[in-house]
Structure formats: structure tokens, C-alpha cells
Design a protein around this ligand. Structure first.
Ligand SMILES: Cc1cc2nc3c(=O)[nH]c(=O)nc-3n(C[C@H](O)[C@H](O)[C@H](O)COP(=O)(O)OP(=O)(O)OC[C@H]3O[C@@H](n4cnc5c(N)ncnc54)[C@H](O)[C@@H]3O)c2cc1C
Length: 468
């Protein structure tokens, strides 16, 4: 029996045969992520509890096997699936899906790492509570914590980190770190749970969490605003913030090109604009009130605001009323763009004040050096985020080869750095943006990262972080 066979035999013995998948067909579902990118695993281990996760990691340590923690496989940096070596083990946490104590008075809930976002929403709705992360995918809590998910409401409620009270995680050697308190303040020493949030599974495997919840909004109003020009969007946002304060929960930007691709990919999508009349840029703004006091006047007030913004020449019009349709369009955009060939897709962030300047610089770069390439970006404008998507035509004079796309990618990343931005706004670091990590992260920061990694995972066996 070779070492791999012996590992699998021991795993079956310790975890039970139903927790260990080795059949090639059965493994393949776990080896593929949302984009269909795939590698090959030695085996898939499926623990159903923290104790089983600990046993699985102890075993992997004993056999010096590298482990890829995995949840909903919706991560966008290629870090939730194994490489092609056939030697890495996938540790699927989806089975730890127990919903624990819902403490309505504390506005908190204890959940297993495998609980899906959609299920959490269903559990919380009857209690009038809300975990304020609605994204166009259905990840698990563990994956959301590991990637520190953002989403459309980040400008109001922060990233996932801001909504986590406690974490339970298992280290590479099987040690359980229990930091599962339901406290909103706790300054009794270093805050260990923060190490695991946003660590991409490279420092420990998250098995459970206590989440801080919001009151579910009782009134929500969304509108599509058509700005006169992209440059005037910061002014538009300031005006809305002065009027509505914290009632603004989303301020999303959609380029006209991104909308065009969404209409093309999903012909059944409600079409608010004629093909010839799609604006250059559209803003989807959402207001929400969790208190009855403001809720009653919200919808009426939005109509008044639109009239005022038109008279100030900040917008040339707006659509109000078909909220679900506006969000269907917003959510269709990333799914449409992900299907396109010859595309580069970056998730970057800036100080809000610099986002419009960056977009102008990208457009200049494309028109001078990549004629025919199309900027089809969209993103969370309200928090400075932009999902830069560039579609390169077959006949681009600069070329549409892999090498040409790589050069374009680096050129745009260089612009991101020039404008003081981040090369990874929401999705973390993984095989897909590892080279950007090396290029743009200051050496001292990288040294701190690798010291922490060495402390918690000295044998470097956990995760596909690409940060060592
Ligand atoms: C259509 C679409 C839209 C999206 N929109 C947004 C958006 O608006 N904002 C945003 O932030 N993200 C967005 N994402 C990205 C994605 O949904 C998040 O990164 C997500 O939270 C990942 O969760 P997951 O359960 O799918 O994790 P996976 O994809 O399975 O894993 C992601 C990473 O976390 C690690 N990991 C997974 N589970 C654990 C665990 N229990 N313990 C330790 N490490 C673990 C993995 O090793 C991997 O590195 C979108 C994705 C898609 C496909």
C-alpha cells in the first residue's frame, strides 16, 4: 500500500467511509468552481462537525497532505479548487450546516460554516432580522468569512468582518480555536477571530461563527438614475448622502456596455432601454429603512429627489418602480460577463473620489493601445469598488492572444496602483491574482503575512492563498 492509499484507508477508518470521496466521477463536482476551472484532488473529505474537521486535519498533518478548504465554490480567485497534481485533499465544509441559537434580543445567530446564505435569509426572515449580504451567488458562511465578502450593501453595513462576533476555527495541526462569543465588544487581548476572516483558508479552517444581524428593512426603494456624465457621479452621491444619510444602502454603477452584454446573454431580462438608447452609465441606488418612522415617506420622497436632481442637471432622468427588475439586471451583468471569451476581469477598489479618474485613464489606455477593446465595468461605486471587465475583440490590432491579454491585465493593474487602489477589492488572493500580490504588496507587508502564516501553519499545508 503506497502512502496515498494508506492515507485514504486511515481517513475512512477515522471519519467513516461516507465522509471520504475518491471515486473520480463523484470527486469531479468538487474539483470544479463556478467558472468551471478545475484541478484534480487526491480525495474529498466531508466532515460534519468541528471534531471531525479536527480529526481530518490531524490526519492530513500526519501524512503531510496539502488541504484546500472548500465551501460553495463561488470564490473568484481560483482558491477553492485543487491544483492539477492529484495530491491535494479537498476539505468540504458544506456538511457543517447546523443552524444554532438565534438570539433575537442580541441580534445574533450561531451557525455552522456550511450554512448557505439563502438558507440563513429564510431562517432570519420570520424574526424580522437580516444578514445584510445579498450577492448574485449563494456562498456558505465559512466561505464568506474566509473571503471577507463585500457586496452591494458594504457602503452601509461594511464587509463581512463587520458582522462577525465570533469564530470557531481549526488549525492545520487539528487544534480547535474557540472564539465563539456573541459579544459586540471584547478587548481582552488580540482579537484572534480576525486572523481567520479574509484569510482565504490559509490560516485555519472555519467551522462555525456567531453573526451580528440587522433589523430587516420594512421599506426598500430602488431607482435607476441616468447621470448626465460619469464625472458627475461623486457629486450625485454626495447630494443623496446629504439627503438620506444611512438610509442609502446601495449605490451601484453599471456601464452601458455591461448592460448591453447582459441583454444579449439573457434576452428574457426586462429591457428598460431600447438597444439604441442604452445610457453610457447608470446608477442603481437603493434606500432602506428598518424603522417605521422613515419607512412611510421613503417612496414618495424618492420621486421628489429625482425631480430635484433633474432640475440641478445632475441626472437626465430616472426609472422608479420596478425594483426587482433593476436588481435582476444588476445580477445578470456579472453572470453575462463571466461567459464571454477573451475577457479580462479585475476586482479593484479606490478612494471613492478617484474612481471616475481611474475609469477615464482606463478608457484612454484602451483607445490608444487596444483599439476595439470594450470597457464593460460595473461595481459597488458607493464603496469605491469597480469590477473592471474588458472585452478584447478577435481582431484587436494589439492582438487577442493570451500574452496580449496578460499585458493588458498588467497595464490596468499598474493604473490601479497609480491611482492608489487595491488589486483585490473583495475576492482575496489566490492563484488567479497571485502575481499581482507579489507585484503590488509592499515587502514589509508580505513579510508580516508570511510570519503569521508560518506561526499558524508552519508546514504550509493549508489553502491556496498564493501569499507566501
Ligand atoms: C455571480 C457571483 C457574484 C459575486 N458577487 C460578489 C460580491 O458582490 N461581493 C463579494 O465579495 N463576492 C462576490 N462573489 C464572490 C464569492 O461569492 C465570495 O468570494 C464567496 O463568499 C465565497 O464563498 P464560498 O462559500 O463560495 O467559498 P469557496 O468559493 O468555496 O471558497 C472561497 C475561499 O475560501 C476558502 N474557504 C472556503 N470555506 C472555508 C472555511 N470554512 N474555512 C476556511 N477557508 C474556507 C477556500 O479555500 C477559498 O480560498 C461573487 C461570486 C459570483 C460567482
Amino acid at each position: 500500500m503506497n502512502s496515498s492509499e494508506s492515507f485514504i484507508a486511515c481517513a475512512r477508518q477515522e471519519l467513516g467511509p461516507d465522509r471520504v470521496i475518491t471515486d473520480r466521477d463523484d470527486c469531479s463536482a468538487y474539483e470544479r468552481d463556478y467558472f468551471g476551472r478545475s484541478g484534480q484532488a487526491l480525495a474529498v473529505l466531508c466532515p460534519k462537525s468541528t471534531a471531525e474537521t479536527s480529526a481530518a486535519l490531524r490526519l492530513c498533518a500526519r501524512y503531510a497532505v496539502t488541504v484546500v478548504p472548500q465551501s460553495g465554490r463561488t470564490g473568484l480567485v481560483g482558491a477553492s479548487t485543487p491544483d492539477d497534481s492529484g495530491r491535494q485533499v479537498i476539505l468540504s465544509l458544506c456538511g457543517i450546516d447546523q443552524v444554532g441559537h438565534l438570539d433575537a434580543a442580541n441580534r445574533s445567530i450561531h451557525v455552522g460554516a456550511g450554512v448557505r446564505m439563502s438558507r440563513l435569509r429564510q431562517v432570519l426572515a420570520p424574526a424580522g432580522l437580516w444578514f445584510p449580504f445579498d450577492i448574485a451567488a449563494d456562498p456558505c458562511v465559512g466561505g464568506m468569512l474566509a473571503t471577507n465578502t463585500g457586496g452591494s450593501h458594504l457602503m452601509r453595513f461594511g464587509d463581512v468582518r463587520s458582522s462577525v462576533l465570533g469564530v470557531e476555527a481549526v488549525l492545520a495541526d487539528g487544534t480547535v480555536v474557540d472564539s465563539l462569543k456573541a459579544l459586540r465588544k471584547d478587548n481582552a487581548g488580540f482579537d484572534c477571530k480576525q486572523l481567520f476572516i479574509g484569510s482565504g483558508g490559509g490560516l485555519g479552517v472555519i467551522t462555525g461563527a456567531v453573526l451580528a444581524l440587522q433589523r430587516r428593512p420594512v421599506a426598500r426603494v430602488s431607482a435607476l438614475l441616468l447621470p448626465h456624465s460619469h464625472e458627475r457621479i461623486p457629486e450625485l452621491l454626495s447630494w443623496l448622502e446629504a439627503r438620506y444619510g444611512d438610509l442609502i444602502i446601495s449605490f451601484e454603477g453599471l456601464s452601458g456596455n455591461a448592460i448591453r452584454y447582459a441583454y444579449r446573454a439573457f434576452p428574457d431580462l426586462p429591457q428598460h432601454f431600447e438597444a439604441s438608447g442604452i445610457p453610457d452609465y447608470v446608477v442603481l441606488v437603493e434606500l432602506a429603512s428598518a424603522g417605521l418612522f422613515q419607512a412611510q415617506s421613503l417612496a414618495a420622497d424618492v420621486h421628489d429627489s429625482v425631480a430635484q436632481l433633474v432640475s440641478r442637471a445632475a441626472i437626465r432622468g430616472a426609472l422608479v418602480g420596478d425594483e426587482a427588475d433593476y436588481w435582476a439586471l444588476r445580477d445578470a451583468v456579472p453572470r453575462a460577463l463571466m461567459k464571454l471569451p477573451r475577457v479580462i476581469s479585475l476586482d479593484v477598489a479606490f478612494a471613492r473620489s478617484r474612481l471616475t479618474q481611474f475609469r477615464v485613464a482606463v478608457q484612454q489606455l484602451l483607445s490608444t493601445q487596444y483599439p476595439g477593446a470594450v470597457l464593460a465595468d460595473f461595481g459597488h461605486f458607493g464603496d469605491g469598488g469597480d469590477h473592471v471587465t474588458i472585452v478584447v475583440p478577435d481582431d484587436c490590432p494589439t492582438g487577442a492572444t493570451r500574452l496580449a491579454l496578460m499585458r493588458l491585465r498588467v497595464a490596468v493593474y499598474d493604473l490601479v496602483a497609480e491611482y492608489g487602489g487595491s488589486f483585490s477589492a473583495e475576492h482575496g488572493v489566490g492563484p488567479l491574482n497571485e502575481s499581482a500580490y507579489r507585484r503590488y504588496t509592499p515587502p514589509t507587508t508580505r513579510r508580516v503575512h508570511s510570519s503569521i502564516k508560518r506561526l499558524l501553519d508552519p508546514a504550509q499545508r493549508l489553502g491556496r492563498l498564493g501569499m507566501t
